[in-house]
Design a protein around this ligand. Structure first.
Ligand SMILES: Cc1cc2nc3c(=O)[nH]c(=O)nc-3n(C[C@H](O)[C@H](O)[C@H](O)COP(=O)(O)OP(=O)(O)OC[C@H]3O[C@@H](n4cnc5c(N)ncnc54)[C@H](O)[C@@H]3O)c2cc1C
Length: 479
């Protein structure tokens, strides 16, 4: 698709967008904070900053509805090992970002996962401590409407029904496993579990209605404009193909796990934040697979809906140290005539390898800007983690009644982490512990691209917690 077709197709989509009245049509806008992206990272930040009275402009490349033309802006070029998966599809170019697709399965990490090198001899330690993160995990659970696995973590939130419904499963597995926790899922529906969709459930409209916020949908940020250490503004193009410059006191890039490093690469010949050759490097995901089975004697109480429980024993067993962890999610689902289906899903923690890297590609998007290229493969350490994790997964499935079928192994769970990693020392990463790009005065990143290790849990709770922590930092430390 060429530039003219892109603008025509996306302008047609904009014609039915209720945000057309606030869409960017001026040539220049000046604000306190400019945020790139309206996913959970961008909207959680905008919400907090605006509640504190700050002027915020959110630039979002997507619209209210999916559009092939816009989604094509997220294509990823295969690197030297090919592409094991359509990574471009794993990030949605839409208002509300990838929450338009997510499942809202977001348990907390165990403390030990953030201390992986010192406690488990694996990867690197996070440069912020579990205690520093904990208050924001609680506020992110409330914001994302996640029912925590342990009610003591967040007593104000409604009780997670999996805690009660999995009692018989717990009792059954207790003799064999050390860590048995309820699944932590969204709670949008009054009964049962449902994912919070920022767009569908009105969160985008709520934040857009705050006095000091302007959300510009259909506006693509092409470049971050730097003046020495200072991020001066953003060069954008709106839906009609008109240039728009946004000048801001601070800029926060929340474009998701692939588009964020891409924007940094496209903004300067050597990229921004690539002082130590870490820009785009250390990319991680969660490989995994599912085993399906059934039980003739159900463990669920009569009339119960499905139930989910997690096992993360691999993190705590000293014999497994030096390898990544595995989260084993056990689902029990009522079947016909009193039977029960079992589902055991694994998420394998992946090592932050420098060679797994997002770089600038040779092909271009409809605006003529380079698409990202991804070099990605499983390392030997990843293969060892997966081999052991799969053995534990099979044992668990057999204890529960056997395996009827297995899904194909998947390289991605759409959990895109690590390509602008956080580090204590500029030699080891792209952002510091305040998520500020090293070597800049006012450029920040929020999203799972800042994770130094992927942890075993899906990323959205942690990345939202980090975005809220960043908002508090920006409010308490005005430039
Ligand atoms: C099928 C699926 C299921 C998932 N299930 C789970 C789950 O159960 N639990 C979990 O924790 N996570 C899950 N995830 C991952 C989760 O959706 C992401 O972690 C989360 O949405 C990332 O939030 P974000 O704000 O960083 O990025 P995103 O939600 O991807 O938002 C980024 C936004 O930035 C915009 N953008 C990017 N670049 C530009 C630019 N240059 N100019 C303007 N706008 C730009 C994009 O259009 C997008 O709207 C799932 C993902 C998928 C695809």
């Amino acid at each position: 698709m060429n530039r003219r077709e892109f603008i025509r197709n996306s302008a047609m989509a904009l014609a039915v967008s209720p945000f057309v009245s606030i869409a960017g049509c001026g040539r220049k806008t000046v604000t306190d904070f400019a945020i790139v992206g309206s996913g959970p990272a961008g909207i959680a930040l905008a919400d907090k900053l605006a509640q504190a009275g700050k002027q915020v402009v959110v630039l979002e490349g997507g619209l209210r509805q999916q559009s092939e033309a816009l989604q094509a802006m997220h294509e990823v070029e295969p690197g030297q090992w090919g592409l094991s998966y359509n990574f471009g599809w794993a990030t949605q170019r839409m208002l509300g970002g990838t929450t338009n697709l997510w499942q809202s399965h977001s348990p907390r990490p165990h403390d030990i996962e953030l201390m992986s090198a010192s406690q488990r001899g694996y990867g690197v330690d996070w440069p912020i401590t579990p205690a520093q993160l904990r208050p924001w995990l609680a506020s992110a659970e409330a914001w994302l409407r996640i029912r925590p696995a342990d009610p003591a973590n967040n007593p104000d939130l409604p009780l997670n029904p999996y805690i009660e419904s999995s009692a018989a499963l717990r009792a059954f597995l207790q003799p064999h496993y050390q860590t048995l926790e309820a699944g932590a899922y969204g709670m949008f529906k009054r009964s049962g579990m449902d994912a919070l969709r920022l767009l569908k459930h009105g969160e985008i409209d709520r934040v857009a209605a705050l006095k000091t916020v302007a959300i510009h949908p259909g506006t693509t940020v092409r470049r971050i404009l730097m003046d020495g250490r200072r991020a001066r503004g953003l060069e954008c193009v709106d839906q009609q193909g008109k240039a728009l410059t946004v000048e801001a006191g601070a800029i926060i890039v929340c474009g998701g796990g692939i588009q964020t490093p891409r924007l940094l690469w496209n903004s300067a010949a050597e990229g921004i934040g690539n002082h130590s050759d870490w820009l785009g490097a250390g990319f991680m995901d969660h490989p995994g697979l599912r085993l399906y089975g059934h039980r003739d004697k159900p463990l669920l109480p009569a009339g119960a809906a499905e139930s989910h429980l997690h096992v993360r024993d691999m993190l705590f067993n000293k014999a497994h140290h030096g390898l990544g962890g595995t989260l084993l999610r056990i689902g029990l689902i009522p079947g016909p005539e009193g039977s029960e289906y079992t589902l055991i899903e694994s998420l394998f923690e992946q090592a932050p390898e420098h060679s797994n890297r997002i770089v600038r590609g040779a092909s271009k998007d409809a605006l003529g800007d380079p698409l990202p290229k991804m070099h990605y493969r499983l390392s030997d350490l990843d293969k060892a983690t997966i081999a052991l994790g799969q053995r534990l997964q099979r044992t668990l499935a057999e204890q529960l009644g056997g395996i009827d079928s297995a899904s194909p192994f998947r390289h991605s769970s759409h959990h895109l982490c690590g390509a602008t990693r956080m580090a204590k020392d500029p030699a080891d990463g792209v952002v510091n512990t305040d998520l500020q790009v090293w070597g800049t005065d006012n450029l920040y990143i929020a999203g799972s691209s800042v994770f130094p290790t992927s942890t075993t849990v899906p990323p959205t709770l942690i990345l939202t917690a980090l975005a809220q922590r960043l908002a508090d930092h920006l409010i308490n430390n005005p430039a």
